[in-house]
Design a protein around this ligand. Sequence first.
Ligand code: NAP
Length: 262
Amino acid sequence: MDLGLRDKVVIVTGGSKGIGEGIVRSFLAEDAKVVIVNRSTAEGEHLEAEHTEQGKNCYFVQGDLTRVEACRDAVEKTLEKYGRIDVLVNNAGVNDGVGLDAGTDAFLGSLQRNLVHYYAMAHYAICELKKNKGSIINITSKVADTGQGNTSGYAASKGGINALTREWAVDLVEYGVRVNAVVPAEVWTPLYEKWIQTLDHPDETLNQIRSLIPLEARMTTKEEIADMVVFLASPRSSHTTGQIIYVDGGYTHFDRKCTSRR
Ligand code: NAP
């Protein structure tokens, strides 16, 4: 399906790994021009080289988004390279296990890693998004609804991201800028692998989680998250704004009886 994204300029934070990489590849498959922002360089540079070779437009910007200047720099470099911004995908984040015992400095650090750069990226990109009737897609987490335990900073950030999705949708409706959020629950990525390895019985826990996912008892793929993101960015979703959409095989909301049979 042609989603009408050809030559649209898209920024994907944390686009070189995991869900972000899936999102980047899906936009490139639609012939969008994609800018990736990450701290590490190897994967981002590889993605840029791989797609440039294929005649696609993919540009890697190195930066640590916990620094507000890096957010501004990413927006400026995008404008220097491609001259406009149509879509912002706020995706970078880390489930960093900052719980109640960790203290306020650690809590604020977690908000910097997970929430503040979503705002900063939107702040710096907003003139362009208004000019182009663009769109913002925020990647959030089921943890905002369910809790997880020992991850106050991450949970507060994701709850904040859900609230900002509605707030920005209201703010920007008069400019024709749509703002939506996509909620993953269980997607196999480097972040997920790192988290599961912190548990006492990772393999057992993983099998248990899989068995509890109502649709096909399997994890969501990063491509399935990416498909929703490109749809929400596209004119095919032209009357969808302020929505928080769960791409999770029914994991977050289904009645317990759907999983207790297994
Ligand atoms: P991932 O595999 O760790 O990828 C996250 C990406 O963000 C990495 O590319 C990381 O790259 C980048 N990043 C993190 N902090 C950054 C910073 N300060 N500056 C620049 N880049 C940064 O994680 P993922 O599982 O794909 O998660 C992506 C999003 O989905 C996150 O917002 C996460 O909360 C959400 N999510 C994931 C799941 C899941 O099951 N996987 C579930 C719910 C929500 P560098 O290290 O190179 O910077």
